[in-house]
Design a protein around this ligand. Structure first.
Ligand code: F0G
Length: 458
């Protein structure tokens, strides 16, 4: 198999995209308050804002939509999804939700009380915010290599087991209603977690009687990394690896908009009967009846097919190969990125690219704006705009270790020449890096502020 296997599909439907001119891009940025979330998609040429819900469904998934059973209760679509859920994840119970954060909202509503802690390798921003919204405290205990951008540790998403153990002993098990891990670790570069680490995390939580939930958005990419990099897994297939992963946990949340390659959908799964009963009541209150959970029957069918396609090893070899191709070409041009690249995205290191911009002036934001200005490329800041926050005790600003800009790659959507265009654009930004200035807020809400904040250039 070549390092960057060609697309294991051909294109049967196309969606036109258009590169608007420089003056239109400047105007679009002004109108958006320099927040790329406020841009019109029509004005974006290559949209790398997210890999979530932006994938191209296969002809089998589109065909499955027509089989959608829109019965309010007990639909056949639900049964088909339940079968895939059973065969892949094997939890006793699951419920569809409209997306990942809905599953997180139900889980945190049921388990997290004021002042309690939820450890993970790193929580994604919606998980972090859902825990905080219940008065809880998200805690990130990823290994220190995660914040060293050029350390090529094969599993930089791993949890620091020693730190986890000390943390549990420090705050007391009674203050930890649930423990989590995110695979792959999106907030830390899309880095995988090894099976060995997952086993150790599970054993630690179990030893202390803490329920263990996996944020499984990108479980298939994580499984393929295990196959590629972890001794003893070369001859296992991704389904067997997934079985081994989920057998370790008490439950999972998943945004199916990632590795199930659907435009909308998610689930909450668990083994505990009581928790399931309570979660059903929350689901009915917030999302919908237990057999559709805020989705249409056809969405459940697309998900049932997509879960299998996401695990396909020809697809995964191409998928991780495409990300590695983009990363490799950027490195050739001397662009600082998180190494090795993760599964779903390449993370540009704006801190190293723009060393003259202090964290308080948002170097990542400056790079995200520049990507649009120079190339109509949209990416997302994962740095101080997203994560800097005042310390609850001292009020002083706490800044994240890295100022990143994520180039998330939608599944089965862009070709190699699209990615070459991205590389050339970034190289041209890097050439005149010192001229780029930072930004300041003109508006910022308290929670999840990156979505709606507005800025002005300094
Ligand atoms: N967990 C992880 C690791 C995620 O990456 C996301 C979403 C969620 C949970 C929440 O899922 O969006 O379906 O509610 N990540 C998207 C992203 C938004 O761009 O990385 P959701």
């Amino acid at each position: 198999m070549p390092i960057h296997p060609p697309e294991p599909f051909r294109i049967k439907v196309v969606e036109p995209i258009r590169l608007v001119n420089r003056a239109e891009r400047e105007e679009a940025l002004r109108q958006a308050g320099y927040n790329v979330f406020a841009l019109r998609a029509e004005d974006v040429f290559i949209d790398l804002l997210t890999d979530s819900g932006t994938g191209a469904m296969s002809h089998d998934q589109w065909a499955a939509l027509l089989h959608g059973d829109e019965s309010y209760a007990g639909a056949r679509s639900y049964e088909r999804l339940a079968e895939a859920m059973q065969q892949i994840f094997g939890f006793r119970h699951f419920m569809p939700t409209h997306q990942g954060r809905a599953a997180e909202s139900i889980l945190t509503a049921l388990l997290v009380k004021e002042g309690q802690y939820v450890p993970s390798n790193m929580h994604f921003d919606t998980t972090d915010a859902n825990i905080r919204a219940r008065g809880g405290r998200p805690v990130n205990l990823v290994i220190p290599q995660a914040s060293q951008p050029t350390d090529r540790h094969p599993f930089k998403g791993n949890m620091d087991i020693q730190k986890l153990r000390l943390f549990i002993q420090d705050v007391g098990v009674e203050n930890i209603p649930v423990g989590m891990i995110t695979i792959t670790n999106n907030a830390g570069g899309g880095q995988p977690v090894s099976m060995e680490n997952l086993r150790a995390v599970a054993a630690t939580y179990r030893e202390f009687g803490i329920p263990f939930f996996i944020d499984a958005c990108r479980f298939a990419e994580n499984a393929y990394f295990i196959k590629l990099r972890e001794p003893g897994y070369q001859d296992k297939n991704t389904l067997e690896i997934a079985h081994e992963i989920f057998a370790l946990a008490d439950g999972a949340t998943m945004s199916a908009k990632k590795d199930a390659i659907v435009n909308i959908g998610g689930f909450l799964a668990m083994n505990d009967d009581n928790l399931y009963q309570n979660a059903c009541n929350e689901l009915i209150l917030r999302e919908g009846f237990v057999t559709y959970g805020g989705l249409a029957g056809r969405d459940l069918d697309a998900m049932a097919v997509g879960l299998w396609e996401g695990l396909d090893e020809h697809y995964l070899a191409y998928r991780l190969g495409q990300t590695a191709y983009l990363a490799g070409r950027l490195l050739e041009k001397g662009i600082p990125i998180i190494e090795p690249p993760g599964g779903h995205a390449v993370y540009l290191d704006a801190g190293r690219l723009f060393p003259h911009i202090p964290q308080s002036d948002f170097p990542g934001q400056a790079l995200a704006v520049e990507l649009y200005r120079q190339g109509a490329i949209r990416a997302v800041e994962i740095g101080s705009v997203m994560f800097a926050h005042p310390d609850p005790e001292t009020g002083e600003m706490v800044y994240p270790a890295l100022e990143l800009v994520r180039l998330a790659i939608p599944r089965r959507v862009y070709t190699q020449s699209h990615l070459d265009y991205v590389v050339e654009t970034i190289a041209s930004i890097a050439e005149r890096g010192e001229a780029v200035r930072g930004y300041r807020f003109t508006y910022a809400p308290d929670l999840l502020r990156h979505f709606t904040a507005r800025f002005e250039p300094l």
